[in-house]
Design a protein around this ligand. Structure first.
Ligand code: F0G
Length: 482
């Protein structure tokens, strides 16, 4: 995205692409939205997409593709084994990350499955800057324990610290001194830390963290799913990195790690995933799991068409104009919300804008899921679908105790190149309406609580009649308006 100065003095993101295929959207009347969320058990994951106006649930697998990606899909080489498509993907990964070995997988969590099954033994620890839901589920399923070593700044909701995703290197050193290097299965570093608001790490921090790992012979593993946004922030905000190209920054990060895995539903704007590995013996250790759980070694559960799209998508990720759109739209959304006094995570990160439900709804206690309630209220008021990223997204401890999340967030993901600025402005308008009536919103309670990854398909109900009141107020003030 070019840096353009508007004559008007306005600061607006300007797209460096044009839209050539569109999908018609549906904005249901509020009564129908209320019916839809009730049928979905007040869980936005269970809404039908046809009932959603702006789908800000996630960017996973729903980023817009480029014409070049679509074109590449037509030349996919359909072969079970040894397809030329796989070779193109492999070569692109070697070019950008410089690692010799690659194991394909059908998506990011499949890569996590293979990694944890190979490396996590019962009683071992996996320190990380912050957990992601699926990465934690796989580590704990193998009997390992996740330890979060984010710097204190990462948990400050409002901040001016540009690199809130940084790993607490001193805490890592203390942990190693305390438990011993052998107790650590691997160190997982998550670029663009998802659950604390898509916050990046600095290149300096990638280096410091992994230096500690190497000093103690501990494997350094990068989750690169959200790397694209992180590259943008390093390039634009880290002193000393302004003159590095995006491929140079990518390579500098990759050089720090033994293993890089990713969800290509994010990185590469396609649908798939995989694990890049530097060392042959590690590759051999993990390799057998791919044909067992994913598919043959040259597709790993991905379709050849998607592999072609990912190859081009990875190449386009090395182009600053292609990866700036997300962070710049998010910056617009966050600064407009902030200017209206609406509590949001600052500074704006990658992935999406994140409403701080703890401050938006201070009257709702955490066990009543303020972020889940806010996500439901927002859908009712706007048809915008966000995702709860708070206590609901946590898993119960082995003894059944529900841990309260550090943050109660509603994530409004902006899939890249999908929404227009007026759509983003509509979402801002409805959030502002909701904020002015926040006292009307109440909590939620479980009706049906699954044991594993409960946020995906658990069902809830409102506590009290707040939904009736909210709908009535919307009708009073916005009349027959949708
Ligand atoms: N790691 C990170 C940092 C992620 O954000 C995700 C997925 C995964 C791993 C798992 O990848 O979905 O391909 O299996 N994040 C999605 C999201 C689900 O909505 O943020 P996957």
């Amino acid at each position: 995205m070019a840096k353009v100065t508007f004559f008007s003095g306005q600061q607006l993101p300007l797209e460096m692409h044009k839209v050539r295929i569109i999908q018609k959207l549906n904005l249901l009347p509020i009564e129908e939205r209320r019916r839809a969320i009730s049928e979905a058990g007040y869980n936005t994951f269970l809404l039908n997409n046809s009932d959603v106006f702006l789908d800000m649930l996630t960017d996973s697998g729903v980023n817009a593709m480029s014409d070049q990606q679509q074109a590449a899909m037509l030349i996919a080489d359909d072969a079970y084994a040894g397809s030329a498509t796989y070779t193109r993907l492999y070569n692109k990964l070697v070019e950008i990350f410089g690692m010799t070995y690659f194991l394909p997988a059908h998506q990011g969590r499949a890569a996590e499955h293979i990694l944890s099954r190979s490396l996590v033994k019962p009683g071992t620890y996996v320190p990380m800057n912050y957990h992601f839901t699926t990465s934690k589920a796989h580590v704990t399923a193998m009997g390992g324990e996740v330890l979060e070593l984010i710097t204190p700044a990462g948990l400050e909701v409002t901040s001016t610290n540009r690199f809130k995703g940084n790993f607490d290197v001193a805490a890592l050193e203390r942990l190693i001194a305390d438990k011993g290097a052998d107790a650590i299965a691997y160190v997982r570093v998550e670029a663009g830390t998802n659950l604390i608001g898509g916050q990046p790490l600095s290149l300096a921090n990638f280096r410091q963290t992994t230096e500690v790992c190497h000093k103690h012979g501990i494997l350094a593993v990068l989750d690169a799913s959200l790397l694209a946004d992180n590259l943008h922030f390093i390039k634009t905000a880290e002193p000393g990195c302004e003159d590095l190209s995006i491929p140079e920054i990518t390579k500098a990060i990759a050089d720090c790690f033994d293993i890089i895995y990713f969800s290509a539903r994010k990185l590469g704007f396609g649908r798939g995933g995989g694990i890049c590995i530097r060392d042959e013996s590690l590759y051999r250790q993990m390799r057998g799991l791919v044909p067992m759980f994913e598919g043959f070694l040259t597709y790993g559960g991905m379709s050849v068409r998607e592999m072609e799209a990912i190859t081009v998508g990875l190449d386009e990720t090395m182009d600053e104009d292609m990866i700036n759109q997300g962070p710049q739209f998010i910056e617009h959304m966050v600064s407009e919300l902030d200017a209206r006094g609406i509590p949001v995570i600052t500074p704006a990160g990658g992935l999406g804008a994140h409403l701080d439900a703890k401050r938006f709804l201070p009257h709702i206690p955490q066990p009543h899921y303020p972020a889940g309630a806010l996500a439901s209220a927002l859908y009712i008021a706007s048809g915008v679908r966000g995702m709860e990223r708070g206590t609901l997204s946590e898993q119960r401890d082995a003894d059944g105790v529900e841990p309260l999340a550090n943050m109660e967030l509603v994530r409004l993901a902006l899939p890249r190149r999908v929404f227009t600025l007026s759509q983003v402005n509509y979402a801002i308008d409805r959030i502002a309406w909701l904020f002015s009536h926040r006292d009307l919103i109440g909590g939620l309670q479980f009706v049906e609580e699954p044991e594993i990854l409960r946020f995906f398909y658990g069902r809830l109900e409102p506590i009290g009649d707040w939904v009736d009141q909210l709908v009535a107020r919307f009708r009073d003030e916005l009349g027959e308006s949708l």
